[in-house]
Design a protein around this ligand. Structure first.
Ligand SMILES: Cc1cc2nc3c(=O)[nH]c(=O)nc-3n(C[C@H](O)[C@H](O)[C@H](O)COP(=O)(O)OP(=O)(O)OC[C@H]3O[C@@H](n4cnc5c(N)ncnc54)[C@H](O)[C@@H]3O)c2cc1C
Length: 457
């Protein structure tokens, strides 16, 4: 059957909507959260049910097309233009239910973190959510998931109890420790190459409030503050997770007036310790003379404001890396790239402190922790296509400069450019992932942003 005919039949079969090039809604339907990405699939299926997902996968197989599942498009840029592919958008499947007695959430495949954190908070519970409320739960969890509670609780992927999926052959399945354990293992850190996830069940934690905030220092203090923060991270317990960063806030209406158009060195932290103990820990950083100090006890669901991520879809170019150390020389590299007096197109360079439960290997899946002491990310806004080259070269420049301290592995979720997924895993894990791809999707029907190629027979 021709592709055209298959898509016509699929459109009639869906509870959701199939959008085709030329339709008035086309540009909106194909738009990713990262507005710099120009997705040009053969069609966009905005699904409303598991039955829809099955119909899309089955129709794609018959028509010789591929399927690219997407929740929000936060990490759409590595995927390219999507030729011969149906973009399967789960953005309408955002249902969340919380079982407070079991402390478990079940969320649909297109849910965003703010859907979950608000539902869990109503029961005094917290999820291992991303720093930004509109990040998709599924993409984040399939890649690992580093939350503000990461050092005390580990990766989000390691607290998944079950996935509900539609396989590459269009079959709905519940996948857990007893059912398709290989697939269950691969989905916890192996990314989106194996199946379409229609729902996830994961553990919640009895945390309703945290002590959290940010210390803002002048940009001129970047060297002093980042060095002090880096040494401080060696001393703090796993109950405190922090980020050291240099930020140039754009002068746009979404940014609060006291920050808009200004640049700062910032230390953000969140902790489940009581405020008195936390204040003792923070004292040496405060002694450096912050110009604003926002630390307070806050409802845990408000952690999605702490990193001041863009509140809406934004055109960005960014990339991340893992770092083994942040010694004075490494800090100097950061300062030379984005410190005071430097003309840089970078909006932010973030260094997240890892370690704690992220080191301990909880045996939960394809990844069960992250190697390295810091997770770096450099990003710039690319509102005009001409800006991309300059931001790209600044992002590459800081990564190259930090090469002596970079860990050999990379973290899937923070890699936003096309790259060899082999670099996310040790050789044994890579071989197992390739074997499971061959078992579950040998024809490579499911297209992910960081593909795992099937092992050859
Ligand atoms: C502003 C911002 C803040 C962030 N904060 C954090 C953070 O705090 N911690 C962290 O670890 N990461 C963070 N990230 C990275 C984030 O985890 C990744 O971008 C992740 O891929 C986002 O998932 P998504 O579903 O929103 O994105 P999408 O681009 O929709 O999905 C990414 C990939 O996941 C897979 N996928 C998504 N949905 C499905 C599905 N239903 N079934 C099968 N596969 C699917 C696909 O392979 C897809 O290509 C952040 C990113 C941004 C831009």
């Amino acid at each position: 059957m021709s592709v055209h005919k298959s898509l016509d039949l699929l459109a009639l079969d869906l509870d959701g909507v199939l959008t085709l090039p030329g339709d008035p809604e086309w540009d909106q339907a194909r738009q990713a959260w990262n507005l710099a990405v120009d997705q040009q699939p053969v069609a966009v299926a905005t699904v409303a049910s598991v039955r829809d997902v099955q119909a899309v996968v089955t129709a794609a197989r018959r028509a010789g097309l591929r399927v690219a599942p997407q929740s929000t498009g936060h990490n759409a840029s590595p995927m390219g233009a999507l030729a011969d592919t149906i973009l399967l958008r789960l953005s309408q499947m955002r249902g969340v239910s919380v079982d407070p007695s079991r402390r478990v959430a079940r969320v649909e495949g297109g849910a965003q973190w703010s859907d979950v954190t608000s539902a869990a908070a109503r029961h005094g519970l917290a999820a291992l959510a991303g720093s930004s409320g509109d990040v998709g739960v599924t993409g984040y969890t399939l890649g690992g998931g580093v939350s503000w509670l990461a050092r005390s609780h580990g990766l989000a992927a390691n607290h998944v109890l079950a996935f509900e999926v539609v396989t590459a052959y269009g079959e709905p399945r519940r996948v857990d420790q007893e059912h398709d354990p290989d697939l269950f293992w691969a989905l916890r850190g192996g990314g989106g190459s194996f199946a379409v996830v229609t729902a996830i069940e994961f553990a919640l934690f009895p945390i309703s409030e945290v002590y959290a905030g940010a210390l803002f220092f002048p940009l001129e203090q970047a060297r002093e503050v980042l060095n002090a923060w880096a040494r401080w991270t060696d001393t703090v317990p796993a109950e405190i997770t922090s980020i050291g960063r240099v930020v140039r806030f754009p002068a746009v209406p979404d940014v609060p007036p006291h920050l808009a158009g200004k640049s700062y060195t910032v230390v953000e932290a969140a902790t489940t310790l009581d405020p008195v103990a936390a204040d003792d820990l923070l004292a040496p950083l405060r002694a450096l003379g912050a110009s604003h100090d926002t630390f307070a006890t806050i409802p845990v669901e408000r952690l999605d404001q702490l990193n001041m991520d863009p509140p809406a879809p934004t055109p960005i170019y960014g990339d991340g890396w893992l770092q083994t150390d942040l010694n004075a020389e490494a800090v100097e590299t950061v300062v030379r790239a984005v410190g005071s007096g430097v003309d840089t197109p970078l909006l932010a360079v973030d260094l997240r402190h890892l370690g704690g439960a992220l080191n301990s290997g909880r045996g939960g899946g394809a990844i069960d922790g992250l190697p390295g002491a810091f997770l770096g990310f450099a990003v710039g806004i690319t509102a005009r296509p001409e800006a991309i080259d300059r931001v790209r070269s600044a992002v590459t420049g800081i990564q190259d400069g930090l090469e002596p301290w970079r860990a050999p592995a990379r973290y899937l979720n923070f890699v936003e450019q096309p790259s060899d997924a082999r670099s996310f895993y040790d050789p044994l894990t890579w071989a197992r992932l390739r074997a499971f791809k061959a078992a579950y999707d040998p024809d490579d029907l499911i297209r992910s942003n960081h593909p795992i190629p099937a092992a050859q027979a």
